[in-house]
Design a protein around this ligand. Structure first.
Ligand SMILES: Cc1cc2nc3c(=O)[nH]c(=O)nc-3n(C[C@H](O)[C@H](O)[C@H](O)COP(=O)(O)OP(=O)(O)OC[C@H]3O[C@@H](n4cnc5c(N)ncnc54)[C@H](O)[C@@H]3O)c2cc1C
Ligand SMILES: Cc1cc2nc3c(=O)[nH]c(=O)nc-3n(C[C@H](O)[C@H](O)[C@H](O)COP(=O)(O)O)c2cc1C
Ligand code: SF4
Length: 651
C-alpha cells in the first residue's frame, strides 16, 4: 500500500550502497557563472541546489572535459575538476546538494572528433579513427592516448569523490569521444579497440571498471545514445548492441538519443516542442529487456509525473532523467509526491534556457523567473515594510505574474483586464498541439490568480483618470501589444486576416493561405496550419526566417519545416494584395502568389504610449512586458516578477 499518487516514481533506489530517494534524476546541465579558475561560484551552487530542495534524487553538473587541451567543444568554461585549489569550492557545492537529500553527480566528457574549440585554439584533436569532421582534421588515437584517456576519466572520478560527489555521469553519447568508439559506423579500427562490439566498448568498460576498483562507493552512470535520432545516424538496434556490450560495468545506463553536432539529431536529443512528450522513452524501453545488471534511465521531454509513473511502473525504465522540466519547475518532484501535480509548471520546450546559456552564459527560464537568481530567493527575500494597494493593468503573462507575486508578498491587488478573459495574446494558440504545455501554464496562472485573493475586473479598460480615482499606491501597466499592419496596397482587402485570427479560426482557412512574415508568429502558424492539412506558404522579405535569439528553437523549427514540407519564400517582398492573392518581388522579378487568405504576421508593436499615459496616476508606476518592449514570455515574466518583488521593500 502507498499513500502516494505516484508510488513507483517515489520508490527509493539503492545502488552501490547509495540511496536515491526517488526515480527523478536531474539530467546533466552545463554551467556558467564559473570563476576565473572555472570553479563553481555560489550562484552556480544554488542553481543546482534549488533542484535538490525541490526533491530531485540527483543533480548533475554538466560537461567537465577530462582533457583540458584536446577535448574542448564549446566555450572555455568547462568546470575545473583537475586543480586541488577547487576542492573547497566543490565541497561547498556538493554539501549544498547532499544536505537536502539529493546525490550530487558530475558529468565527465571528452569531445573527441568534435573538439572544435580545441582545434580552433590550434591543438591537435583525436578520435578513434583519422578523418575530417566539421572542417577539422582528426587524428586516430594511439594505444597510449587511449589508455591515458581511460586514466584521465578515472583520475577525474577520484577527484569527484574527494570533492563529495556521490556519482559520476560518463558521457558516452551525443557523438562525443566515447560514443565514437562505441559506434560501429564511426569506429572502424581493427585493433583491440575496434572490430567487434566487444572491442569497441572496451574503452567504456575499462573506464567503469577502473572507477569501481579505484574509487569504491562512487556510483557510475553512463549516458549513451540509444539511437542517433536522424536518418544518417544509427538506430535503436545498434543502441541495443551498445548497451549490451557495457551491461554491468556502469551502475546505470542512461539512454539518451541523438547527436550534439547535427541539427536534426540535436532537436531529438533535446526534444523540440514539435515532438510528443516522452518521445525518447521508446529507446530505453527497447534496450531495457536486454540489460541484466545495470539500471536503465530514460530522458527527454518528461515533465508530467503521470507519464513518469507509467514509465517506471511498466518497467520501460528504472529512472527518469529530467533537464528542462526541473528548470521550469524545480519543485516538480515535491509537487508530484504530495499530490499537487496539477500545480506543476510543465516545461514548454521552447529551449530559451539552452539558447540563453549558450549565448550569454546566464541561466534563465521562460516561465520560471526565479531561475538565475535563486541565491536571492532560497534565503529570505527583502521584507515588505510598506504593503501597497496595487493596480495591475492587463491580464496577460506579465500582468498575471506581477499580480500573483504582489499578492503572495502581502499587497492588496486589483487586476483590470480589457477583454473578457485573462491570458493575453497567447490565448489565440489554445488549440495548437505543440503549445499544449503553454496552454496548461496559462490555465494554471489563471487558476492561481483566482485563488490568490486578487480582485479581477474583466471587460475593464480604464482611462488614466479612472485609474487615478481608484487611488492605488502603485500602477503596473502590462497592456501588451497590437499587430503591425504593413502599408501594403490592398491590405484592407476582405481576404486579409491577422495571425491571431488565423490561429483561432483555422477551420475557415480553406483553399490557399499565404502568410506574410517569417518571424516566429508566422512560422509557427505555418507549421500549425500545415499540420492541419492546410495549403499554406510563408513569404518573408528578409533572406532568412527569424526565430529571434533562440538558436535551439530555431533548429527545431527548421527541422519541422523540412519534415512537413512547408514552402518558405525568403528574400520575397509583398508589393500589392488583390482579391486573387499577393504580388511580390524577389531576385528574379515580380511573382504572384494566388491565395484565398492572406495572413499578416508582420510583428507586434508595444502599446508603449498608451501604457506610459498612466505614469502620473499613482505614486509608483511600472511598465512591463510587451508594452515596454515587444519580446517574449521570459521577459514578460521576468519583469512582472521583479516589479512585484521590489514593491514596498524600501518605500
Ligand atoms: C501568436 C503569438 C505567439 C507567441 N508565441 C510565443 C512563444 O511561443 N514564446 C514566447 O516566449 N513568446 C511568444 N509570443 C510573445 C508573447 O506572447 C509576448 O511576449 C507576451 O505575451 C507578452 O506578455 P504581456 O503580458 O506583456 O502581453 P499580452 O500577453 O499581450 O497581455 C496584454 C493584456 O493586456 C490587455 N490589455 C490591453 N490594453 C489594456 C488596457 N488598456 N487595460 C487593461 N488591459 C489591457 C490585453 O487584452 C491582454 O490581455 C507570441 C506572440 C504571439 C502574438
Ligand atoms: C540548459 C541545458 C544545458 C544542458 N547541458 C548539458 C550538458 O552539459 N551535458 C549533457 O550531456 N547534456 C546537457 N543538456 C541536455 C540534457 O541533459 C537533456 O539530455 C536534454 O535537455 C533532454 O532532456 P529534457 O527534455 O528533460 O530537457 C543540457 C540541456 C539544457 C536544457
Ligand atoms: S526556458 Fe522553455 S524550454 Fe527551458 S525550461 Fe523554461 S519553459 Fe522549458
Amino acid at each position: 500500500m502507498s499513500v502516494l499518487k505516484f508510488p513507483h516514481l517515489f520508490e527509493p533506489l539503492i545502488i552501490n550502497r547509495t540511496v536515491f530517494r526517488n526515480r527523478i534524476f536531474a539530467s546533466p546541465q552545463g554551467s556558467s557563472y564559473l570563476d576565473k579558475d572555472e570553479f563553481p561560484t555560489p550562484e552556480v551552487t544554488v542553481y543546482y541546489e534549488r533542484k535538490a530542495i525541490g526533491g530531485a534524487a540527483t543533480t548533475c553538473m554538466g560537461v567537465r572535459n577530462v582533457d583540458p587541451v584536446s577535448s574542448l567543444n564549446f566555450g572555455d568554461n568547462v568546470i575545473n575538476l583537475r586543480d586541488h585549489r577547487g576542492i573547497s569550492w566543490f565541497n561547498y557545492y556538493t554539501n549544498a546538494i547532499s544536505r537536502h537529500g539529493a546525490v550530487p553527480s558530475i558529468e565527465l566528457q571528452h569531445s573527441g572528433a568534435f573538439a572544435q574549440q580545441s582545434a580552433k585554439a590550434g591543438h591537435p584533436i583525436y578520435g578513434p579513427v583519422e578523418g575530417d569532421y566539421d572542417g577539422y582534421h582528426v587524428l586516430a588515437m594511439t594505444e597510449g592516448q587511449i589508455t591515458a584517456t581511460i586514466d584521465a576519466f578515472i583520475a577525474h572520478a577520484k577527484w569527484a569523490k574527494l570533492c563529495g560527489f556521490g556519482m559520476v555521469t560518463i558521457h558516452g553519447g551525443h557523438g562525443w569521444l566515447l560514443s565514437e568508439f562505441l559506434n560501429p559506423f564511426f569506429n572502424t579500427r581493427t585493433d583491440q579497440w575496434g572490430g567487434s562490439q566487444e572491442n569497441r566498448a572496451r574503452i567504456v568498460r575499462e573506464i567503469c571498471k577502473g572507477i569501481h576498483e579505484q574509487v569504491p562507493g562512487l556510483v557510475v552512470e553512463i549516458r549513451i545514445s540509444g539511437g542517433e535520432g536522424s536518418k544518417d545516424g544509427y538506430g535503436v538496434e545498434t543502441g541495443i548492441e551498445i548497451a549490451k556490450s557495457i551491461d554491468g560495468y556502469p551502475d546505470i545506463i542512461h539512454v539518451s538519443v541523438g547527436h550534439a553536432t547535427f541539427d536534426e539529431a540535436f532537436t531529438v536529443m533535446c526534444p523540440s516542442m514539435f515532438l510528443e512528450d516522452g518521445v525518447n522513452v521508446k529507446y530505453a524501453a527497447a534496450i531495457k529487456p536486454h540489460i541484466q545488471y545495470s539500471k536503465v534511465g530514460t530522458v527527454g521531454a518528461l515533465s508530467d509525473p503521470a507519464l513518469m509513473e507509467e514509465i517506471i511502473a511498466s518497467g520501460k525504465a528504472d529512472i527518469v532523467n529530467v533537464a528542462r522540466g526541473l528548470i521550469a519547475d524545480p519543485d516538480l518532484p515535491l509537487k508530484a509526491r504530495t499530490g499537487n501535480d496539477k500545480d506543476i509548471n510543465k516545461c514548454l520546450r521552447c529551449s530559451y534556457c539552452f539558447s540563453h546559456i549558450m549565448s550569454t552564459g546566464q541561466y534563465c527560464c521562460a516561465i520560471n523567473p526565479e531561475i538565475g537568481r535563486e541565491h536571492e530567493y532560497t534565503t529570505e527575500p527583502l521584507k515588505v515594510i510598506h504593503p501597497k494597494d496595487v493596480l495591475v493593468l492587463g491580464g496577460g503573462i506579465a500582468g498575471m505574474q506581477a499580480a500573483l507575486t504582489a499578492a503572495k508578498r502581502g499587497h492588496t491587488v486589483t487586476l483590470a483586464e480589457k477583454s473578457s478573459q485573462l491570458g493575453g495574446v497567447l490565448l489565440c494558440e489554445e488549440k495548437v498541439p505543440f503549445k499544449v504545455h503553454l496552454h496548461e501554464y496559462i490555465e494554471n496562472q489563471i487558476r492561481r490568480v483566482k485563488e490568490a485573493g486578487i480582485k479581477v475586473l474583466l471587460d475593464t479598460e480604464l482611462t488614466p483618470q479612472q485609474a487615478e480615482e481608484m487611488k492605488p499606491d502603485v500602477i503596473i501597466a502590462a497592456i501588451g501589444s497590437t499587430a503591425i499592419i504593413p502599408p501594403i496596397p490592398g491590405v484592407d482587402h476582405d481576404n486579409v486576416i491577422a495571425a491571431e485570427y488565423a490561429y483561432t479560426h483555422a477551420e475557415e482557412l480553406n483553399g490557399k493561405t499565404v502568410i506574410l512574415g517569417g518571424g516566429l508568429v508566422g512560422i509557427e502558424l505555418g507549421i500549425y496550419l500545415k499540420n492541419l492539412g492546410k495549403d499554406v506558404e510563408i513569404v518573408e522579405m528578409a533572406d532568412k526566417l527569424n526565430c529571434g535569439d533562440n538558436m535551439v528553437h530555431e533548429m527545431g523549427v527548421n527541422v519541422e519545416i523540412d519534415r512537413i514540407g512547408l514552402p518558405v519564400h525568403t528574400s520575397t517582398k509583398a508589393l500589392k494584395i488583390d482579391e486573387n492573392g499577393v504580388a511580390c518581388q524577389n531576385a528574379d522579378g515580380e511573382i504572384f502568389f494566388p491565395a484565398d487568405h492572406i495572413v499578416i504576421a508582420a510583428g507586434m508593436k508595444g502599446r508603449q504610449e498608451e501604457a506610459a499615459a498612466f505614469a502620473q496616476s499613482a505614486p509608483l508606476f511600472y511598465q512591463i512586458g510587451d508594452c515596454l518592449a515587444v519580446k517574449n514570455i521570459y521577459e514578460a515574466n521576468r519583469l512582472g516578477y521583479n516589479a512585484a518583488m521590489e514593491l514596498g521593500t524600501r518605500w
